[in-house]
Design a protein around this ligand. Structure first.
Ligand SMILES: [Zn+2]
Length: 256
């Protein structure tokens, strides 16, 4: 009797989890209110230069993101004027779990679960409760380490890890990285070739209809680069050189 009751309880919990996940997915693409995005700055390297940058960092550094998404949403015909509201969260001291060193789905799942657990413990829901949590890992710019670790945006758990340069001169490209990872948390897929990093036509081109198609003038946000030729591309200087393509707009529910 006890076993059957326990089984029923388990089934009920499972049903509740499945239903709430489906509801969350539906709510995520409803776009009936601005989605609150909390940004949590973290010093990735503990260097004094990074520390100095973080002490001067304020919410105004992210205003361009709000305006960019408002303009792009309007261009895609979304009725909601302000799809995102960005809030600068508290400065974090603890580092998130290190991403998996080896490739493979199991390592990725394990890291994703540890990351969600870490986010839940370290940044408990406050008022307003954020819809998305993005952890901004700042690195002091130096000639030796110009390549940053790979940034990640997870749809499950609605969180992302963005690796950025602790430098005002890099603010534009930092914003592009944040915007890219944010759309991953809404289900947008990458639109570049994993090996060559070249944008994949047509969906990875900002203006696929342009003739001749190359060079493009802007980057599609989820392709991340402006294709100049079949083999060359460059990183956009900022959101002004970036737009959300039609395919990405569909994936995040801005277009039906
Ligand atoms: Zn990506």
């Amino acid at each position: 009797m006890v076993t059957r009751r326990r089984l029923l309880l388990l089934l009920f919990i499972l049903l509740a989890v499945v239903l709430s996940a489906a509801l969350a997915r539906w709510r995520m693409h409803a776009w009936d209110r601005p989605q609150v995005v909390a940004l949590y700055p973290i010093s990735a390297d503990g260097l004094p230069a990074t520390e100095a940058y973080l002490q001067r960092l304020d919410g105004a550094a992210f205003d361009a993101l709000q305006d960019f998404f408002a303009a792009e949403a309007a261009r895609h015909g979304l009725a909601l004027a302000q799809p995102f509201r960005f809030e600068l969260g508290r400065r974090m001291v603890k580092q998130p779990p290190a991403p998996p060193s080896q490739a493979g789905p199991l390592a990725a799942i394990s890291w994703s679960l540890r990351m969600r657990w870490w986010a839940w413990r370290e940044t408990p829901a406050t008022s307003p409760v954020p819809d998305v949590r993005l952890y901004l890992m700042f690195h002091a710019p130096s000639r030796e380490t110009q390549r940053l670790p790979h940034s990640v945006g997870l749809q499950k758990g609605r969180l992302g890890l963005a690796h950025l340069f602790a430098s005002p001169a890099q603010q534009g490209s930092n914003q592009v990285v944040i915007a890219h990872e944010l759309l991953h948390t809404f289900g947008a897929s990458d639109k570049y070739d994993g090996a060559s990093l070249q944008p994949r036509p047509p969906e990875g081109y900002a203006e696929p209809e342009r003739f001749p198609p190359l060079p493009q003038l802007k980057a599609e946000l989820m392709a991340g680069r402006i294709p100049l030729s079949e083999t060359e591309s460059r990183i956009p200087a900022g959101l002004g050189e970036t737009l959300v393509g039609e395919r990405s707009a569909r994936e995040i529910g801005w277009r039906r």
